[in-house]
Design a protein around this ligand. Structure first.
Ligand SMILES: [Ca+2]
Ligand SMILES: [Ca+2]
Length: 210
């Protein structure tokens, strides 16, 4: 499968998980920094220190112990939803405690041996640095060849074949694998089942906020 398909599927699955339960993120500011030139926003490259614990107090991860802060881009699905939402509008030097219910973390699957299913996670985080990140591509626009703001199966199919080619792979549009892929995407994304994916339905990058 090409990476974009995987991304589409992962986004769709993540969305399902988020709405599966209804725990709420709790954000406590433990060391406030009232004034700064720049607060974190979507698509920023942020550098954080963090210590992650389970509710019973057992620590599963710590950037402090590695003595290596963690850098990632906000707002593009690189981290759990509790981090995406809980690290916005933050000044460098500010510290927060995030209490993240399982539906905004690793859900009923957990993660590895360290995080059991249905775990609430408690992160003590400190923002070390934040800076502009690259703007992700508008994937919706790339797929919507005729610019009518909806995606047909044919448009998605052509896009996937094009993506595969760019990665040096041949993708046969008549193969069962290809048809299954399209079907899976439409099962997830065409929420009102009218046969096309609207911009609202599309879960990938579409830049509504820009
Ligand atoms: Ca179209
Ligand atoms: Ca639709």
């Amino acid at each position: 499968m090409s990476s974009i398909v995987l991304n589409l599927l992962l986004v769709a699955v993540a969305t399902v998980c988020v709405f599966g339960q209804d725990g709420e993120l709790k954000v406590e500011v433990t060391f406030p920094v009232e004034k700064c030139d720049r607060k974190t926003k979507k698509h920023d490259l942020v550098t954080m220190h963090y210590v992650g614990k389970l509710e019973n107090g057992s620590q599963f991860d710590s950037s402090m112990e590695r003595n290596q802060p963690f850098q990632f881009q906000l707002g593009i699905g690189q981290v759990i939803k509790g981090w995406e939402d809980g690290l916005l509008d933050m000044c460098p030097g500010e510290k927060r405690r995030l209490t993240i219910p399982p539906n905004l973390a690793y859900g009923d699957k957990g993660a590895g041996d360290a995080i059991p299913p249905d775990s609430t996670l408690i992160f003590d985080v400190e923002l070390v640095h934040t800076t502009d990140g690259p703007v992700p591509p508008n994937v919706f626009k790339q797929i919507d060849a005729d610019n009518d703001e909806t995606l047909t199966q044919e448009e998605v199919s052509k896009y996937l074949i094009q993506q595969a080619l760019e990665h040096g792979q041949q993708q046969d549009e008549n193969s069962e694998e290809h048809k299954t892929m399209i079907q899976t995407i439409f099962d997830h994304e065409d929420k009102d089942k009218d046969g096309v994916i609207s911009k609202d339905e599309f879960s990938g990058p579409k830049h509504d906020e820009l």
